[in-house]
Ligand binder design. Sequence first.
Ligand code: EPZ
Length: 425
Amino acid sequence: MQKFVITGGAPLHGEVRIAGAKNAVLKMMAAAILTDAPVTLRNVPRISDVAILREVMSDIGFDVRRSNGDALDLHVQEAPWPFVSLEAGAKMRASFILLGPMLARFGRVILPSPGGDRIGRRPVDFHVAAMERMGATIAYRNGYYFASAPSDGLRGAHIEFPTVTVMGTENAMLAATLARGTTVIDNAALEPEVDDLITMLTAMGARIARTAERRIEVEGVDRLGGADHRVLGDRLEAETFAIAAAITRGAVTLQGVNPEHLGAFLEVCDRMGVSYEADAGAATLRVIGTGGASLRAVDVRTDPYPGFATDFQAPLSVLLTQADGVSTIHETIFEDRLDHTRELVKMGARIELLDERRARITGPTALFGAEVGIADLRAGATLILAALTASGTSVISGIEHVDRGYEQIEAKLVALGARINRIEA
Ligand code: EPZ
């Protein structure tokens, strides 16, 4: 098992290139299933989730290969083995995004129930209901969903999601592009990654548009063409590095991210007194850790985009331990996403869990190095941030979770002056 050894206290300075967005590229790889023409994706991050999905798609029989630099070439012609194993599904919940495109293009697929993970039960009932509205038949047996479309294909439908679901919206969009007739998706997600997927699908010839607040309309077409699409920057990676700059009182310029996608995070920075310069034209965000002046405590509640992202809250909690006063975090999206606070307490943080969705954080508290363990991807980034500001040395286990969503994180941090290395334990 690999671990990170981090000695805290070094202010981070310099530039860091933000990679392509994990929560966009996985769905774009699935979108390539909708056409028999070649598709090229650029700015594809080197993260294990992409490698897992590549393997899953190759096992089905699809041609997916990395080409020069950060590109991925996909060519989906036949689907001899339309099946995803329980093991693959357990490694990566996002494999469920294959449901819509596989039903739309090939009419059948067997997918494992992605099951819950560290942050909650994470059911897929909204996805299944949407596909059934479009005419699919889906049976659940022994941990697998057996899904098939009518012999004459999926049909357009009116889909209204009970609560906002990012991948539910994306599965419905992908399926609707080749369905007979028009599909209306209500209570649709507004995340920038969904918009980037719409841009790619439009380039492939899909008839798809946002026609009202939280409404997407899709007019099915007979076939789609290929695309050459550049994946947008990962706002979640960007937030992690922005907090790294602020918490180590350094100055870091993030390159390759649209600051407009970080609106809710920057609003919290304004309330806390974190200094930054955003330049949407140059796609950069420069974060300057304030010198002596301490940060102001704030109350934060997570909401679907454009609200404060649930993926933002764990890394932010580290910054709140350094703020002057009592802050609260209210996690409204997932029922079990405050587990990282236990590890932060081991490092000296003063955090009280009011219930499974609310935490109260009192600062500023000096953090000290400790042996801590990572439970999920965003919690992993959180513990790295805490170790960067803690006095002394921390040893962090479970770093395979971090590799799922952060490209070469220790190389990027070392380039900014952090003292971090990866050891075989
Ligand atoms: C996406 O997950 C992201 N993952 C998550 O990022 C992100 O936290 C989440 O959206 C934010 O909503 C990817 O895009 C790969 P949801 P997703 O459907 O689509 C409930 C990360 O760290 N729900 O928007 O699976 C669900 O339990 C990951 O990169 C149902 O009840 O999340 C949750 O409470 C973590 N039934 C809420 O909706 C369903 O069928 C929002 O989930 C689907 C969802």
